[in-house]
Structures are given as C-alpha cells and as structure tokens.
Design a binder for this molecule. Structure first.
Ligand SMILES: CC(C)(COP(=O)(O)OP(=O)(O)OC[C@H]1O[C@@H](n2cnc3c(N)ncnc32)[C@H](O)[C@@H]1OP(=O)(O)O)[C@@H](O)C(=O)NCCC(=O)NCCS
Length: 248
C-alpha cells in the first residue's frame, strides 16, 4: 500500500515542476486526495457496498471538486492536475501513467446501462477542459488537446484537438516518446520534459541512445528466441538419433 502512495507522489514529482516537496503533494494536491478517496470508494463498490461507495465518492467530490464514480477503474501513477471540475464516469477504465487536467469529462452519451464511458490506455494525456464522450478507446500514448470534444476512438500515439476532435498528428512522434519514456523508466532514468519536438542536442543524444538500447533489446530477444528454437531442434534430433532403429 505504501508503495502505491509513494508512486502516486512520484507521479506528481515527475509531471508537475511546480511541486516543491512531498509534504506539499500530500497536503495541497486535490487530485491526489481524490484518487486516495476513490481507492476507498472503489473497494467498497467492489464489495457491493454501493451506497457507502457512493458516499465516499460524494465526500471526495465535496472536498476536492473532482467527481469520480466509485465504479471507475483507475490505473497506477494516475495524475489529476488541479482537478476542479473533473468528472469520471462509472464505466471508465484508465491505464497506467495517464494525466488529466482540470475540467476534463470522461463521460457517456447513452442512457443505457453497460459500458458507456471511455477507456484510456497507458500514458494518455487529456488537456484541460477536454470532453471524451463514449465507450471507445483512446490508445496508448495519445494526447487530447485542451477543450477538445472527442467522440470517437483515438489511435495509439495520436494527438486529437478541436470540436469535434480531429487527429492532427499520428504515430511515430508520440508513440516514440511514449516508448522512450517506458524504457527510461525501466532503466531508472528520469526523462521528464523530453518531447518529440525538443531541438536540444543533449536531448537528441539521449533519445538516440534510448532508441539504440531499444534496438539492442529487440535483437537480444530475437537471438534468445532463435537460441531456444535451435536448442529444441538439437534435442529433437538427439532423441531421434538415440531411438533404436529396430533393424538389429
Ligand atoms: C494537444 C497538446 C497535448 C499538444 O500535443 P502535440 O502532439 O505536441 O501537438 P502540437 O503542439 O505539435 O500541435 C499540433 C497542432 O495542433 C494544434 N493544437 C494544439 N493544441 C490544441 C488545442 N488544444 N486546440 C486546438 N488546436 C491545438 C497546434 O496549434 C498544432 O497545429 P498546427 O500543426 O496547425 O500548427 C497540447 O497542445 C495540449 O493541449 N495540452 C494540454 C495541456 C493542458 O491542458 N495544460 C493545462 C495546464 S494547467
């Protein structure tokens, strides 16, 4: 449990340069309070204590201005910055490392029960005031511009802006940034603030290094798979060679 608290705070450190220290995060970040209260509410909801779950969620809304339905599923290291006016609906699913800002609605467009709110995959950013409406998926590493109204799927690594939201940038750039961030985190390197458009030569150097490490990891995985296949083939051949032929 303390691990989760620590990574919640680390997520703010990584994504909000305005933060001065842990105590400030714990005492003055309504997004953090909302997530902690939601964890309690969600636990109650999953134990079928629906009214109690709703009450915790209502209390959370009262003290933070952020409304998260107790049924919503939130991933790890989720960060709600500022948070006032955020609404997250019952059947919303949010992956790991997502960030949303004040005034975001993850809502539905239908009154029928069942899945009616969006699913955000890992590493999605939703800008201030954006509305994401419907039971579709916003793919890994996608970016939603502030004040956009998104009513259909956003593919992984794309940027969607405007009303209704249109894709302005796709694939390569964002997906690459997301891949690098994942690798950097895995090897314990802080990639804070590095974006696809950074002209800084040192940043470019680090990006090239991370891409090279990724390529090496890929080749290593291919070699390992090949070695395993060869091992199996050798085993099969030696078993066949050991088998009595029945001629003697
Ligand atoms: C969309 C966003 C994530 C940028 O993503 P990006 O992939 O780096 O995209 P770019 O900045 O290269 O912009 C791509 C295009 O979309 C336009 N654009 C960016 N954000 C936009 C928005 N919110 N609404 C409309 N158009 C927008 C840009 O002007 C650019 O247009 P152009 O190609 O005609 O010049 C960013 O603009 C954004 O809205 N972030 C949210 C931040 C936020 O809410 N902060 C609140 C802090 S309190």
């Amino acid at each position: 449990m303390f691990e989760r608290f620590k990574e919640d705070i680390q997520a703010i450190r990584d994504r909000d340069p305005a933060l001065r220290g842990t105590w400030e995060a714990v005492t003055a970040y309504p997004g953090l309070h909302a997530i902690w209260i939601h964890r309690l509410a969600h636990g109650l909801w999953n134990r079928r204590l629906y009214w109690l779950g709703r009450m915790f969620s209502h209390f959370g809304r009262w003290v933070t201005g952020i409304e998260i339905h107790p049924g919503a599923q939130l991933g790890r290291r989720f960060f709600i910055d500022h948070g006032l006016g955020v609404v997250i609906g019952e059947t919303t699913v949010i992956g790991n490392d997502c960030t949303i800002y004040q005034g975001v609605t993850l809502g539905g467009t239908s009154w029928s029960p069942g899945k009616r709110h969006p699913t955000l995959e890992d590493d999605v950013v939703v800008g201030a005031g954006a509305k994401v409406l419907g039971p579709f998926t916003v793919g890994k590493g996608a970016r939603i511009g502030s004040n956009a109204v998104v009513v259909k799927e956003v593919p992984a690594g794309c940027t969607a802006v405007g009303v209704p939201a249109k894709l302005v940038k796709c694939g390569e750039a964002n997906a690459q940034v997301s891949d690098r961030a994942e690798l950097a985190q895995r090897i314990g390197f802080d990639l804070y603030g590095v974006t696809a458009e950074m002209p800084d030569p040192v940043t470019r150097g680090i990006e090239a290094m991370l891409d090279h490490v990724r390529e090496l990891e890929k080749q290593q995985a291919e070699l390992r798979a090949l070695a395993e296949r060869l091992e199996k083939q050798i085993e099969a051949t030696s078993v066949a060679a050991d088998r009595p032929t029945g001629t003697g």
